[in-house]
Design a protein around this ligand. Structure first.
Ligand SMILES: [Zn+2]
Length: 332
C-alpha cells in the first residue's frame, strides 16, 4: 500500500473546491511517456497551475502501470527542481473499468480514480461506483464517476440527445454513490474524430467543419440540481486545424478531424465544470512536430532530434490551454 501523500501527490478535493468557486477548470492531461510528462510539468510549473496527470487503460497497457506510477512520483520532484516548492499534482486513473482496476491503482499510490460505469444499467453503475468510493475514501483518494454516455471510445454510436446526462438523475446518483466529482455528457466526445461530417455545418469563410454546440442547457440543469458540485468534461480536445494541416502536409492523412471549439470550453470552465480532459490535442501536437521534423531532416535518426521539438510543441499547447482556455494559471 503506497500512501500518495508521502510521495507528494494531492487528491482533487481542495483543488476542485477552489476551481468551482474561482470560475476556472483544472487541466487533466493524459500521459504515456516521458516527453509528455516533461511537457506537462514544465507547462504547469511555468504557469503556476495545478494539474491532473491521467493514466488511461491504454497507457497502462502501453507503458506499464508501475512505471507510470513512479514517473508521477518523479514528476513531483521534477516540479520542485524546476522551482515550484509546493506543486499541486494529482495522479488520476482515467476510465477505470472495474472495482479491481480502481483498487489496484489506489493501492499503488494514485490520489484519484475514475470509475466509469456509464455503459451499465443505472443501478449497476451506482452499486459499483459506491463500492469504489467506499474503498477509496478509506485512503482519502477522491473518486470521479460518470453518468450519461459519450460518443467515441465509450460508444461506437454517434452521440444522440438521449445519451446526454439526465439532470433528474444526478442528485440521486451523487448522493447514493458518494462520488467526489461527476463526469457528464453534454456533447463532447473522445478522439480526434468527434463528429460525423453530416452532424457539422460548414463555415462559409474557411470551408472548415463546425461541430454542433455543447448542450449548455443540460449543464445548467445539472448545476441547478447540484449547486457547487464538481463537474467533469471528457473528450474536450479542440483538434487544432493548424496541427492537422501540418500532419497532412507532411505525409499524414487525417480527414475531417473535428474537436470542441475552445470558446465553448472556456465558457464551461467558468461554470461548475472544474476538470477538463485533453488527450488528442497532445497527440496531434506531438505527431505534427515529429512529421515536420523528419520531413525537413530526412537524415536524422536519433529520437532526441525529433522528440525535442515534439516536447516543445506539446508544452506550448499545454500552456495555451492552461492560460487561454481553462484559466488555471497563477493558482499556486
Ligand atoms: Zn474520457
Amino acid at each position: 500500500m503506497v500512501d500518495y501523500k508521502k510521495i507528494g501527490l494531492v487528491n482533487t478535493r481542495e483543488m476542485f473546491r477552489k476551481a468551482v468557486s474561482g470560475g476556472y477548470a483544472i487541466p487533466a492531461f493524459n500521459f504515456n511517456n516521458m516527453e509528455q510528462m516533461q511537457a506537462i510539468i514544465q507547462a504547469a510549473v511555468e504557469t503556476k497551475s495545478p494539474v491532473i496527470l491521467q493514466v488511461s487503460k491504454g497507457a497502462r497497457d502501453y507503458a506499464n502501470p508501475t512505471l507510470l506510477r513512479y514517473m508521477a512520483e518523479g514528476a513531483v520532484e521534477y516540479a520542485k527542481e524546476l522551482g515550484c516548492p509546493n506543486p499541486q499534482i494529482v495522479l488520476h486513473l482515467d476510465h477505470g473499468d472495474s472495482f479491481e482496476t480502481c483498487k489496484s491503482c489506489i493501492d499503488m499510490g494514485f490520489s484519484s480514480v475514475m470509475y466509469d460505469g456509464s455503459a451499465l444499467p443505472y443501478e449497476e453503475n451506482i452499486r459499483i461506483s459506491r463500492q469504489v468510493v467506499e474503498y477509496a475514501h478509506k485512503y482519502d483518494v477522491t473518486v470521479e464517476c460518470e453518468l450519461g454516455v459519450l460518443a467515441g471510445v465509450e460508444d461506437e454510436v454517434a452521440s444522440e440527445v438521449s445519451h446526454y446526462t439526465k439532470p433528474e438523475e444526478v442528485i440521486d446518483f451523487a448522493t447514493r454513490t458518494g462520488c467526489d466529482s461527476l463526469a457528464i455528457s453534454i456533447g463532447t466526445s473522445h478522439g480526434a474524430y468527434k463528429f460525423k461530417p453530416e452532424q457539422c455545418t460548414v463555415d462559409p469563410a474557411t470551408g472548415r467543419l463546425l461541430p454542433p454546440p455543447l448542450a449548455f442547457d443540460v449543464l445548467e440543469a445539472v448545476e441547478q440540481k447540484l449547486p457547487g458540485f464538481p463537474i467533469v468534461l471528457h473528450g474536450s480536445s479542440s483538434v487544432p486545424q493548424d496541427e492537422v494541416d501540418t500532419i497532412n502536409a507532411n505525409g499524414g492523412a487525417l480527414k475531417a478531424a473535428v474537436g470542441i471549439p475552445e470558446e465553448q470550453l472556456r465558457k464551461a470552465a467558468k461554470s461548475a465544470v472544474c476538470k477538463i480532459n485533453i488527450d488528442s490535442d497532445s497527440r496531434l501536437a506531438m505527431t505534427a512536430a515529429i512529421r515536420k521534423h523528419l520531413a525537413e531532416h530526412p537524415d536524422h535518426f536519433d529520437p532526441r532530434q525529433y522528440l525535442k521539438p515534439a516536447r516543445e510543441s506539446m508544452k506550448r499547447m499545454y500552456i495555451h490551454k492552461i492560460v487561454n482556455v481553462l484559466g488555471s494559471n497563477d493558482k499556486l
